[in-house]
Design a protein around this ligand. Structure first.
Ligand SMILES: Cc1ncc(C[n+]2csc(CCOP(=O)(O)OP(=O)(O)O)c2C)c(N)n1
Ligand code: SF4
Length: 483
């Protein structure tokens, strides 16, 4: 016989978040609804046998630590953004079962747009919306679902419609949309209603397994701490105060809807990408296998906004991608379009990339003085610092790096167009590091502005020539010393 008191397999055996010896306990306050809900969800995952393909997206709120409990795939999303993150996961992995678990502050306040758009697109995901009428984690501030006259730390005299509007009924709101397939509001007042919630969550997950579309389960959940009540009184409080404002009901049921076709799988094929870019001869350009000795290149490319460092990083990444390498490109820039600082991290590897963030570059390209000063100390021992000597005048570099000054901007000016300084830098990077092939990069230049093509090709050749000279010079120098 099934042991109904057994801890679900989809829970970790020990909840390592909990301090002290009691590793079986959750971090939730006594009487909190999150604990009940977690158990219901874990049991459903077990019984539906979907643990190996479930991804649980935790929100910001008291349930931020979902990943300490659920033995499934886990992602923690920024406040309110869980449906957007869940969308990305589901689209990349159509076979996954994605659960977006969110509080009312998270979902109905900062994330109101995300949930609306995900529901309206009918994303095939299950959203569990924990409505406790308050911000629990941050100490009991008003949420969009806070009841009229309810006192919170930000409505000490009670919520008044004239000032704070009315409680937002999210289930009813989403039910007006065409796409969702299932919307139900449940509660956690007593064992009967808990069992009803259990059933609703299973139904929602089953609909996702059948790829029917978007399902949404709102759960009225006690928050004894935020409400300043004892756990038992909190349950009664739901019955007395919440049910009339948030009536439990099935608000939408299109369970008989036809299964949605899985969204198209993203195209990673290099030939296809070339075709999309409009490059002729794509069919002939089969990537050759990446050499087993190809090292992982970690680049930081930095300069002023307008110097084209972000585009430079993109082109290097794309060009390497066409060669069948794994790539990432992570831009970072200030609010100013021109004159602000900009940089990007580019990783190119023959293996999958764990993180696109580059803490210690193997290559730094500094298009100006502040960039050199900011990043030079981070370059890995044996790494190379390539800088625009048209702008960088004073240089103090760690002894363990190789310095290559090249006047990118002056060369670009001599070619008749200051805009192609970044292409000179590209030639230098390619010539000095071999991160990508000259040929693949040249193909990409053909996809940029046609009136710049001639200057770009000359700039690339100039950068390669500079790199050739620098390589010869470096070969005669002693290897840099680590430390
Ligand atoms: C962008 C951002 N804004 C605000 C916060 C602060 N913050 C953390 S949790 C939270 C509210 C959580 O309330 P709710 O979503 O209702 O979840 P509960 O804690 O009640 O389960 C807020 C405002 C944050 N972490 N990030
Ligand atoms: S503050 Fe409220 S929602 Fe957060 S853990 Fe405590 S009871 Fe649960």
């Amino acid at each position: 016989m099934k042991d109904i008191f057994k801890k679900p397999d989809s829970f970790y055996e020990f909840f390592t978040r909990s301090a002290g010896a009691d590793k079986e306990a959750t971090h939730y306050c006594p009487g909190c609804g999150h604990g009940n809900l977690h158990k219901i969800i874990a049991e459903a995952i077990d019984d539906l046998e979907i643990a190996d393909r479930t991804v649980f997206v935790s929100p910001v709120g008291c349930s931020v630590f979902g990943y300490y409990y659920f033995r499934v795939g886990n992602v923690q999303a920024a406040h309110g953004r869980a449906p957007a993150v869940a969308t990305g996961i589901k689209r990349a992995l159509p076979h996954s079962i994605v659960i977006s678990y969110q509080g009312d502050g998270d979902l109905a306040a900062i994330g109101a747009n995300e949930i609306l758009q995900a529901a309206n697109r009918g994303e095939s995901m299950t959203v569990i919306f924990v409505n406790n009428a308050i911000y629990g984690m941050t100490g009991g501030q008003m949420a969009p679902t806070t009841l009229i006259d309810m006192k919170t730390t930000t409505t000490p005299y009670g919520r008044h419609a004239e000032n704070e509007g009315y409680p937002l009924r999210v289930s009813e709101l989403l039910a007006t949309l065409q796409a969702p397939v299932y919307i139900e509001r449940c509660t956690l007042e007593d064992s009967k209603t808990i069992m009803k919630t259990r059933k609703a969550i299973r139904k929602a997950l089953e609909l996702q397994i059948a790829n029917k579309g978007f399902s949404f389960i709102e759960v009225l959940s006690p928050c004894p701490t935020g409400w300043k009540l004892e756990p038992i009184d909190s349950r009664d409080w739901i019955t007395k105060n919440m049910l009339s404002v948030f009536p439990p009901n099935v608000y939408k049921n299109r369970a008989d809807a036809v299964a949605r076709p899985a969204p198209p799988t993203p195209v990673y094929d290099g030939d296809e990408v070339l075709k999309i870019l409009g490059v002729k001869g794509g069919d002939e350009r089969k990537p050759t296998p990446v050499s087993p000795t190809f090292p992982t290149h970690k680049l930081v490319l930095a300069g002023f906004g307008g110097q084209g460092v972000l585009l430079l990083g993109q082109l290097l990444a794309k060009s390497s991608m066409h060669e069948g390498k794994f790539v990432s490109w992570l831009p970072s820039y200030g609010p100013e379009m021109r004159g602000g600082t900009a940089n990007c991290h580019v990783v190119v590897s023959r293996e999958r990339i764990g993180s696109p963030y580059v803490s210690n570059p193997t290559v730094l390209v500094a298009m100006n003085q502040p960039s050199l000063e900011k990043f030079a100390a981070l370059v890995e021992p044996g790494g190379v610092v390539i800088y625009d000597s048209s702008f960088v005048k004073s240089v103090i570099l760690p002894a363990h790096v190789r310095a290559v000054p090249i006047p990118f901007s002056e060369i670009a000016n001599d070619l008749g167009n200051a805009k192609v300084a970044n292409t000179v830098a590209a030639g230098a990077i390619i010539g000095l590091t071999g991160v990508t092939n000259e040929e693949s990069f040249r193909v990409l230049l053909g996809t940029l502005k046609k009136d710049l093509l001639d200057a770009n090709l000359k700039a690339l050749a100039a950068g390669l020539a500079e790199a050739h000279d620098a390589n010869e010079k470096l070969a005669t120098q002693a290897a840099p010393v680590a430390g």
